[in-house]
Write a protein that binds this ligand. Structure first.
Ligand SMILES: O=C(O)CCC(=O)C(=O)O
Length: 386
C-alpha cells in the first residue's frame, strides 16, 4: 500500500496497478470507441467513429498498420535503440561506438532515470504537468539512464517517413482537422519493461484556452502507432470527455483523489501491435512508470487545424517570439508531401493520400536525395507547437 513520500519498490508499484488496471479495462470496453477504421463514400471517417471520438476524446483503431510495416518499423527502431548514447549529450553508445544522430540539429534521444517522472511538478513544456506521478524505486540492477523519448522519426527511419504518409492516417487528419490540416510534431515514447518513465497528468494544448473561438477541437490531436502489444499497466491513460472541459485544475483533481495519481474514471488505451490511437490534445492523459513486463513503443505524431496554428506564437519547446506564418507552415507541411511520395515509391499499388496544400507542389516534394536534404533533414526545427 502506498504511503505518502515513501516510494514503492517496482514490484509493489506493479502490484498497486493491478486492481486499478482491471477496473480501467472494464470502463474502457464500455465506451464504444475502438474497432477498425472505416470511411464513408465521401472519404470522411465513418459517422460512428466521429461520434465516439468527439464524445470521449479518443479512439483506438484496431489492426490498422500492416504486420510487415510494423516489422520494418520495429527493426529500424531496435537499431536506433542499440545506437543510443549513454546519456543526454554523450557521443558514444554503450559499446563505446559513436552514438547515432549527432548530425542532426536537435537531439534524437532524451534519457531519464528509470521509473522517474521527468516533467511532473516542473515548469518544463509550459508547466503543463503540475503534479508528480509516483516514482517507484528501480531494482538495484537498473542504475543507468534509459531512453524515454526519441524525436524526428521522419529523418531517423525510412519506415518512419513512410508511416507519416499513411493514407488512412492522413485521411483521418483531414476528416477531423479539415483538408488543409497542418502538422504538429512527433515524439516516440519508449516505455521499457521495469524501467520506463512516467508522463504526468496533463492536457497537451497550451495556446488557445482563452481563445474566444475555443472549442473541443482547437488544439488538434495526436496519433500513437503501437509497435508492440501493450497492457493497461504499460499504456497511455485518458480521462474520457475531458477534452470538452477547458483547462482543468489537475492539482485539484489529484488532491481530491487523496494525492494518488490513479485518477478515477481514467481508462487505459491498451492496444495490439499495429493498432493506432488518436487522442484529442485537450484530453486529460498520463502514463504510469512502467513496472509491467510489457515493452511499449508508441510513435506519436499530431495534426492541427490550419486556423489554430496560423498566426499563433511558438509554445512548448519553441520560443514564444516565433510566429507561425504561411511560410513556416508551408515549410513544415512539405514533410507530409515528401512522406506521401516516399510511401508511394515503396508501395506503388497503394492509393496515395492527396494532401490539398501540396497539390500544386508535387515536383517540389518528390522523394529524392536532394529533396530529402532540403525538406526532411532537421525538419523538426520547424514543428508547429500550440
Ligand atoms: O505515451 C505516453 O506515455 C505519453 C504520451 C503523451 O503524453 C502525449 O502524447 O502527450
Amino acid at each position: 500500500m502506498e504511503k505518502p513520500g515513501i516510494p514503492l519498490s517496482a514490484e509493489e508499484h506493479a502490484q498497486s496497478m493491478t486492481h486499478y488496471a482491471a477496473q480501467g479495462v472494464q470502463r474502457a470496453l464500455a465506451l464504444g470507441n475502438r474497432g477498425p477504421i472505416e470511411f464513408g463514400e465521401d472519404g470522411q471517417l465513418a459517422a460512428h467513429i466521429f461520434e465516439a471520438y468527439w464524445r470521449t476524446g479518443f479512439y483506438v483503431f484496431e489492426n490498422l498498420i500492416a504486420e510487415q510495416e510494423i516489422t520494418e518499423l520495429r527493426e529500424e527502431m531496435a537499431q536506433l535503440l542499440e545506437q543510443a548514447p549513454v546519456d543526454n549529450g554523450a557521443t558514444v553508445d554503450r559499446q563505446g561506438r559513436p552514438a547515432f544522430g549527432q548530425g542532426f540539429a536537435k537531439p534524437v534521444y532524451s534519457l531519464v532515470r528509470p521509473l522517474s517522472d521527468p516533467w511532473g511538478g516542473t515548469q518544463a513544456l509550459n508547466g503543463r504537468h503540475p503534479t508528480q506521478m509516483h516514482q517507484p524505486r528501480p531494482s538495484m540492477r537498473d542504475t543507468g539512464k534509459v531512453v524515454f523519448i526519441m524525436s524526428g522519426m521522419c529523418q531517423t527511419m525510412a519506415s518512419g517517413l513512410r508511416l507519416y504518409g499513411h493514407p488512412a492516417l492522413l485521411a483521418t487528419a483531414a476528416s477531423i482537422n479539415g483538408d488543409d490540416f497542418v502538422p504538429f510534431n512527433d515524439a516516440t515514447f519508449i516505455k521499457q519493461p521495469g524501467v520506463g518513465a512516467s508522463v504526468s497528468w496533463h492536457q497537451d494544448g497550451v495556446t488557445h484556452w482563452n481563445n474566444r473561438d475555443w472549442d473541443e477541437g482547437i488544439h488538434g490531436f495526436n496519433f500513437q502507432v503501437q509497435l508492440y502489444d501493450t497492457s493497461a499497466s504499460s499504456s497511455l491513460w485518458v480521462t474520457p470527455g475531458t477534452h470538452k472541459l477547458g483547462k482543468i485544475d489537475i492539482r485539484e483533481r489529484v488532491a481530491a483523489n487523496g494525492g494518488s495519481d490513479q485518477l478515477p474514471q481514467a481508462v487505459p488505451l491498451f492496444c495490439r501491435a499495429g493498432d493506432v490511437t488518436i487522442v484529442n490534445r485537450q484530453a486529460l492523459h498520463a502514463s504510469f512508470a512502467n513496472t509491467s513486463e510489457d515493452l511499449r513503443i508508441s510513435l506519436t505524431f499530431g495534426f492541427h487545424r490550419r486556423a489554430s496554428v496560423l498566426g499563433a506564437s511558438g509554445a512548448l519547446g519553441e520560443a514564444g517570439s516565433i510566429c507561425y506564418d504561411e511560410e513556416r507552415i508551408h515549410r513544415r507541411s512539405e514533410v507530409i508531401g515528401i512522406a506521401i511520395d516516399a510511401r508511394h515509391q515503396y508501395y506503388p499499388h497503394e492509393t496515395p493520400f492527396r494532401y490539398r496544400p501540396m497539390a500544386a507542389h508535387q515536383e517540389a516534394v518528390r522523394f529524392n536525395e536532394a529533396n530529402w536534404q532540403r525538406i526532411v533533414k532537421d525538419y523538426n526545427l520547424w514543428d508547429l507547437s500550440i
